[in-house]
Design a binder for this molecule. Structure first.
Ligand code: ACO
Length: 326
């Protein structure tokens, strides 16, 4: 079977930086509280003119350029997102058009923050089966658009960004080795956005009640996240006869530094092999792992042949892990 090799990565973060000091002026919080509880110092927020697909296109263009490809070379597009431009068409559909691709298939994957792993898994399956030669996988979010900026429990965490990876069929060792995906909607009330869907269609009432904002039980989610993260990361390694010692770099979803540290501890992974950039970007949902992957690659933290472990969790709840050979 073919392996889906990552031949180019790209990332884009909006220009506007919102620091913890800026948030101190908006809600009852402090830089010290935010940093101690989450590890975040600043985050990016999209300009009013920027929708999720605009961020996605910029990340994709960089990934294509680095892969030495043009949009015509892409056979399929998968976008992981929780903050689509519209209910429909899909964000991937807009990306296909704005990039100037052929009339190829494109689809959004909804799995909250785990849509990073889900989108990579979907894209790599198409490559592995031989259906498509090159697939563009993207994680993109404008979480600021579903953030209640008066709710200190969420507004200090959520942020905007996009990341992209070009997958190409390869017979070599490099590429996505495996991906495990999980969900359990018993916990759906830990993180969700109630308004705007078929359960609560948008109306004056839903807007007045703030149902178009993300709702989160942060403390409970924290405990579930640490457990799921550690378990799925350990399970995928074990199934492949690998251990933590074999992993060159662990790239977790950047939700909260304390969650990352607790999950790494549970796994027995030393923090010097864990990639962290949440201090500068906050929680960018489905984008976070792609953005981290791009930074790890462009700063030389990743070397050819490295074994990379990815793991994410998010609303739903959803969680998952992937293994790749760089
Ligand atoms: N500034 C100051 N105080 C605050 C803030 C804030 N921004 N937010 C909450 N507090 C207060 C609370 O009101 C509470 O006060 P009380 O004790 O008087 O009631 C106190 O701080 C402690 O609140 P906790 O919720 O227990 O704080 P915790 O240590 O759990 O940290 C946090 C909160 C950062 C939200 C943490 O629970 C967390 O990160 N959870 C996971 C969230 C997450 O990862 N979500 C995204 C996952 S999926 C995705 O990525 C989209």
């Amino acid at each position: 079977m073919m392996r889906a090799r990552i031949i180019g990565v790209g990332a884009y973060a909006p220009k506007r930086i919102v620091t913890n000091a800026d948030l101190e002026k908006m809600v009852d919080t402090s830089d010290a509280w935010i940093f101690q509880r989450s590890g975040i110092r600043e985050r990016r927020v999209a300009d009013e003119s920027e929708a999720t697909s605009d961020l996605a296109v910029k990340a994709a263009q960089q990934a294509l350029e680095r892969a030495g490809l043009v949009p015509d070379d892409i056979d399929f597009i998968v976008v992981g997102t929780t903050t689509a431009d519209m209910q429909f068409p899909s964000t991937a559909n807009f990306v296909q058009h704005k990039l100037g691709c052929r009339r190829i298939g494109s689809v959004d994957v909804w799995a909250a923050c785990t849509a990073s792993i889900y989108s990579l898994a979907v894209g790599s399956q198409f490559v592995q089966t031989g259906k498509y030669r090159r697939v563009l996988c993207i994680g993109a979010e404008t979480l600021s658009r579903i953030t209640d900026w008066t709710d200190r429990g969420t507004c200090v965490l959520l942020a905007d960004a996009a990341g992209a990876a070009v997958l190409e069929a390869s017979e070599g060792e490099s590429g996505v080795i495996d991906a495990d995906l999980y969900s359990d909607a018993r916990h759906w009330e830990l993180l969700y956005m109630p308004g705007g869907g078929s359960r609560n269609p948008a109306s004056h009432e839903t807007v007045t009640a703030g149902m178009h904002y993300a709702k989160m039980k942060g403390n409970e989610l924290f405990k579930v996240a640490v457990r799921m993260f550690g378990e799925c990361a350990g399970a995928i390694l074990e199934r492949h006869g690998l251990g933590v010692r074999d992993v060159d770099l662990f790239i977790p979803h950047q939700a909260n530094l304390r969650i990352i540290e607790a999950a790494a501890k549970r796994l027995g992974m030393p923090m010097d092999r864990v990639f962290v950039n949440i201090d500068r970007y906050g929680n960018t949902g489905a984008a976070s792992i792609y953005v981290a992957l791009e930074e790890a690659a462009s700063t030389g933290r990743l070397k050819r042949g490295d074994l990379v472990l990815l793991a994410a969790f998010g609303g739903g709840v959803t969680w998952g892990a992937a293994l790749l050979r760089w």
